[in-house]
Design a protein around this ligand. Structure first.
Ligand SMILES: [Zn+2]
Length: 412
């Protein structure tokens, strides 16, 4: 068979996902397979057994990341990496993460069936603790490998009951020996459900993901003077709301000016003292600004800061804008993006370029390997929810694009 004509087995992929969804199954059709629980161990064991059955050599690194390697004809050539995660949210769905790992395994199974030996090895990775719900922060396994986090820092993370990540890794038998650090990869792919509504809304099968949004988390503290709500004339007040109201509007304006990818979210607000008949002395407003392009995001931040200063000065309010967290935008590799787009076109799938609003392991992987992602639609854009759903056809389409993009990279 011509290489261009091979396809993954959609039934086998669906059956594998179905079988996996039984592990940590919740009453409402979802999954609870939080990192390093017994359910996670059961999932890992199943994945390792399937990978071995498919002829892969399995290695586990010091942070519990699992690498299943299918040999290539040139063993010295840097491999092609395909990866995602097997852990879930407490009320997670049956596709977030696990789809990416099992689609990688499906690529291996398909190549075996067709007796295709690629030049480069193919490695399918399952990254530890992507979700970050049991142990913060999220994307920890890939983050340790990229060097964003120290191994000892990761081992010391604790869950709500005080269990340490390092001890939990040992307990479930997945503290491996392979050093958890960067290795040479020729290319890295991750296929994932979109977790948003864009593909479904535009009836598009394949999202060609060009990058991941960057974010700034800010705490804006506005300080005025507390005063009685009755006797104090309006013009004599130093009310921090006089700044907060236009400043919040300004944040939304900035997102609109940077449409369609600009985002502004006011997720939290503290009013002090928080009494209905007192002009507040102080407000703390949380602001989350996002954009996939570094220059644009920086411009949004600068404009926001300037507005905060100007408004505060004109209302005699003290202002402090504090950066709580920053995630730089990730731009994926243009060559890989092209391969994904070409593969989707050759397979006859509708496609569109887009950015990811959510973080993924690929964010860290992109720090040490040329990386790109493939999205498929999910029903109603719903994710981190037991009702998460994706059609078998779309899941197969994403895996076929993955297969052909990975093949292209593996022969490159
Ligand atoms: Zn995920």
């Amino acid at each position: 068979m011509l290489l261009s004509q091979i396809r993954i087995d959609s039934m086998r992929l669906s059956a594998s996902l179905e079988r996996f969804a039984q592990i940590g199954a919740t009453g409402r059709g979802g999954c609870n397979r939080q990192a390093l629980t017994d359910a996670d161990r059961e999932g890992r064991d199943l994945y390792v057994s399937w990978a071995r059955e498919a002829g892969c050599a399995v290695a586990v690194d010091q942070i519990g990341n699992i690498f299943a390697r299918r040999a290539g004809s040139d063993p010295g050539a840097p491999p092609v990496l395909i990866g995602s995660h097997l852990d879930t949210q407490p009320t997670g769905g049956r596709f977030d993460g696990v789809y990416g790992v099992l689609a990688g395994l499906e690529v291996v199974r398909t190549l075996n069936e067709q007796r295709i030996c690629t030049r480069r090895p193919i490695e399918v990775a399952s990254w530890t603790n992507e979700e970050g719900c049991r142990f913060a922060p999220a994307m920890l396994g890939s983050g340790v490998v990229s060097g964003a986090y120290e191994l000892q820092y990761a081992y010391g993370r604790t869950d709500r009951q005080g269990a340490r990540l390092g001890e939990e890794l040992t307990r479930i038998g997945y503290k491996g020996e392979l050093p958890a650090r960067r290795r040479d990869y020729h290319a890295a792919f991750e296929v994932h459900i979109e977790q948003g509504p864009i593909l479904e809304k535009s009836a598009t099968t394949i999202g060609v993901v060009t990058g991941i949004q960057g974010a700034y988390w800010l705490d804006v503290t506005l300080k005025g003077v507390a005063a009685h709500a009755g006797p104090t004339p309006m013009e004599m007040r130093r009310d921090p709301w006089r700044v907060a109201c236009p400043l919040i509007s300004r944040a939304f304006e900035l997102a609109a000016q940077h449409a369609p990818w600009g985002r502004a979210t006011i997720g939290d607000l503290k009013v002090m003292p928080g009494s209905r008949n007192t002009v507040p002395e102080q407000l703390v407003v949380s602001v989350d600004l996002r954009h996939p392009q570094h220059a644009e995001l920086t411009r949004m931040l600068a404009a926001f800061r300037q507005s905060a200063q100007d408004l505060a000065a004109s209302h005699q309010i003290e202002v402090r804008v504090e950066e709580v967290w920053h995630m730089p935008p990730t731009a994926f590799d243009t060559r890989l993006i092209g391969w994904i787009e070409d593969s989707a076109a050759q397979l006859g799938y509708s496609r569109q370029r887009m950015v990811s609003g959510a973080g993924h392991d690929s964010l860290h992987v992109a720090q040490f390997a040329p990386t790109a992602m493939i999205f498929v639609p999910c029903a109603g854009g719903l994710s981190h929810n037991e009702a998460e759903a994706a059609s078998a056809d779309d899941l197969a389409a994403g895996a076929n694009v993955l297969l052909h993009a990975a093949l292209r990279a593996a022969q490159d």
